[in-house]
Design a protein around this ligand. Structure first.
Ligand code: ADP
Ligand code: MG
Length: 694
């Protein structure tokens, strides 16, 4: 079974890695992923026992606490304690520094050293504690260890002030980092507010408060003014006014009428209303959104994986180098310069080694890269763009070919019957009746247009033939409702002139009954969205459709896609996407109806406005809550910005590290400056990561 645990108090990426190792050793745990940025543990266990054991292990780990309930740690303290510690320590440090520098009396000097010691302990004791605790568990080479060694080393060399400065700067950096990461976490945590705490279930005359998870399909709930719909359902009252801002990221107030769908998470902006639950919480919009956001961090992008691997080998390697620098370098110079085997200039080399160690700390990278992706996914989520993982954001950023489905994607998908062309000797009513009877069983956008005719007959054994239409039975006769190809498959060949409308052909028994012309308008934002994609440098946009050529070309002209491929079966769409993939990274944008296979084949699949449909959500990598093509443009922009910042941070931090490490090893960089540089690089990288959110 799978379980996501929320935790607090996990304060470094290396610790996350260590905790993950501990949890993986537990019996009954098959897989575990500890995420520092989201503060979550994702578990795959055999049974409840495994989860219980994992919770125990996590709670025993450093300052980690497993939070109960599905909430994130929103308030991770106000950091007042840390600020006090750092403030007091800084004051004591200043006192010590002045006394050491200016006093001539030995007594005052000693008082200065005492102030140093107090300053060191005030700020450094948690670091020292963790170091001892971790070493006892056989875990060395973390940041705590590095700082302990560096500061104690400085003291041993007689550089008392420097030893204190190292700790002070390090802790200041940690504090600032924790604030930055916390604020980024908060932005995703606000998404969690989508979920309502309680639902008011109506049982007869009674009102009962239950958790949204306990609601069953068919239940009737009362949603009071200002409250959120707990699960997806339909309106029972006459009308309701809903604010969907938290779902779509845009101030959007809509009016819903009796029998229409209400997505969970919509806030009631009018009077109280009653609704009937149509989907359980887990399958409702909010359940799906939260599930996606929570699991997003599990599918890591390439640069993230690289960093995780890098950190694992890097720190021990650097420690070995530092030891070599401290011991081998003086021996070699001794032998080379004086011809004797002794430690020449030992303190100088030890100092260099310590500096080297401090700088080597890979925090900047380890924190900023996942944080950038997390901020990117969070930024998307707040705009109603749900990304299933950092890796999809990365693919989207690099994509150069966009393929669009037509119906429901470029067009609104709300068809209406324009004209009925009955075959000779057949009445229009009969043609319409037969079509409407069969369409009752279909979820295709075309089918909805027939609902208003409310015919008595209902098709039996209706099959949906993807990309072609429907086959079923009425009055004991086989009925076909779909395009020319469907009829041709059954030996009925119709020759109709090309039409700029979508046509639905009807046959009953072996007899052709005529066709129905259907209208479907282009989405208002489609043209603008496509031209924006073009200005983003995406020059290949292709429309793929099962509809007829004339119709397809007309739509393509209206919206401005470059290429059109019409009269396709779903498998043709698949082949075309496979073909396109040879030329570049392909994004497929569809509505999730009839195109799940294409979605799986594309490098990145975006599904629009179908948060309620299980098939669409499952097959897609990115789901747009709102049925609006401009979401595609926003997604591309955010994805690119995220990737750009990730690459900047990679280059910047690695470059700075290498430069400072060289200076440190050379011995021309004082220890305190090394810590300052390290903290500085880390903070700059983290701040840069937060830029994604702007
Ligand atoms: P698109 O590629 O434009 O999204 P689909 O692949 O969903 O379209 O369907 C392709 C064609 O198959 C439609 O244009 C229509 O002619 C026919 N078709 C599919 N489903 C139905 C249906 N339920 N009723 C009538 N025709 C249908
Ligand atoms: Mg379609």
């Amino acid at each position: 079974m799978k379980k996501v645990l929320k935790i607090s108090g996990l304060d470094c990426p290396v610790c996350a890695e260590a905790l993950q190792g501990d949890i993986l050793k537990i019996k009954g745990v098959n897989a575990a992923l500890v995420d520092y940025v989201t503060q979550t543990i994702t578990l795959e266990t055999e049974d409840e026992e495994g989860i219980k054991r994992a919770i125990k292990v996590a709670n025993a780990f450093e300052e980690v606490k497993v939070l109960d309930g599905g909430r994130y740690a929103l308030n991770e303290g106000n950091h007042a304690k840390e600020w006090w510690q750092i403030g007091i320590s800084a004051l004591l440090f200043l006192v010590g520094f002045c006394l050491e520098l200016f006093s001539t009396l030995p007594v005052l000097k000693w008082i200065g050293y005492a102030a140093y010691a107090a300053a060191y302990i005030a700020v450094g004791y948690p670091v020292l504690f963790s170091t001892v605790k971790n070493i006892r568990k056989g875990r060395i080479f973390d940041e705590n260890f590095l700082m302990t060694v560096a500061s104690i080393g400085a003291v041993a060399l007689g550089e008392y002030g420097e030893g204190v400065a190292v700790m002070l700067l390090y802790q200041l950096g940690e504090l600032l980092q924790s604030i930055a990461v916390g604020s980024s976490r908060k932005s995703v945590a606000t998404l969690m507010e989508l979920k309502s705490e309680r639902a008011v279930l109506l049982v007869g005359e009674e009102q009962k408060e239950v958790a949204p998870e306990e609601l069953a399909v068919g239940d009737i709930v009362l949603v009071k003014a200002g409250e959120k719909a707990p699960a997806d359902g339909v309106l029972l009252g006459e009308r309701a006014i809903l604010d969907r801002k938290s779902l779509t990221g845009e101030a959007e107030v809509i009016t819903v009428h009796a029998g229409e769908e209400i997505l969970s998470g919509s806030i009631n902006a009018g009077n109280a209303y009653q609704m009937q639950i149509a989907r359980q919480y887990e399958e409702s919009a909010v359940g799906r959104i939260l599930d996606m956001v929570e699991n997003a961090s599990a599918s890591k992008a390439k640069p993230e994986k690289f960093i995780a691997k890098f950190a694992r080998y890097y720190t021990p390697a650097v420690c070995v180098l530092a030891i070599l620098l401290a011991l081998a370098a003086p021996l070699i110079t001794g032998l080379a310069v004086d011809g004797r085997l002794y430690f020449k200039d030992l303190p100088r080399w030890v100092n260099s080694a310590l500096t080297f160690l401090v700088i080597s700390c890979p925090c900047a990278l380890v924190i900023s890269v996942p944080l950038t992706y997390f901020s990117g996914v969070g930024k998307c989520a707040r705009g109603g763009i749900l990304v299933k993982g950092a890796t999809h954001l990365d693919t989207l950023a690099q994509a150069d070919i966009f393929a669009f489905d037509k119906t429901g994607t470029l067009t609104r998908g709300d068809f209406s019957v324009l004209a009925v062309h009955a075959a000779e000797g057949v009445s229009k009513e009969e043609t319409l009746r037969v079509a409407a009877a069969l369409e009752k069983g279909s979820a295709h956008p075309i089918a909805r247009a027939f609902a208003e005719y409310n015919v008595e007959a209902t098709g039996e054994a209706v099959e949906e033939i993807a990309g072609k239409g429907l086959r079923g039975k009425i009055d004991g006769e086989i009925v076909l409702v779909g395009n020319e190809k469907l009829l041709a498959d059954h030996g009925i060949f119709v020759t109709a002139e090309g039409s700029v409308y979508t046509r639905v052909f009807v046959a009953k028994g072996a007899r052709y009954l005529g066709y129905i012309e259907m209208g479907d308008r282009v989405k208002t934002e489609a043209k603008e969205a496509l031209s924006q994609l073009k200005s983003l440098g995406i020059t290949r946009s292709i429309m793929l459709t099962g509809d007829n050529k004339a119709r397809a070309e007309k739509i393509a002209n209206e919206v401005g896609t470059y290429e059109v491929k019409a009269e396709l079966y779903p498998d043709d769409k698949l082949l075309i996407v496979e073909e396109l993939k040879k030329k570049g990274k392909v994004v497929y944008v569809g509505d999730g109806i009839n195109d799940a296979p294409v979605m799986t084949a594309a490098d990145c699949a975006i599904s629009m406005g179908k948060i309620g449909s299980a098939a669409a959500v499952e097959a897609a990598d990115i789901v747009l809550v709102k049925d609006d093509l401009s979401g595609v443009v926003s997604a591309v922009k955010i994805a690119r910005k995220t990737r750009r910042i990730v690459l900047q941070n990679l280059l910047f931090s690695i470059g700075m590290k290498v430069a400072f490490m060289a200076l440190g090893a050379w011995g021309i960089l004082p220890l305190w400056l090394a810590v300052f540089a390290d903290v500085g690089v880390m903070l700059l990288a983290v701040l840069n990561a937060l830029r994604v959110r702007i």
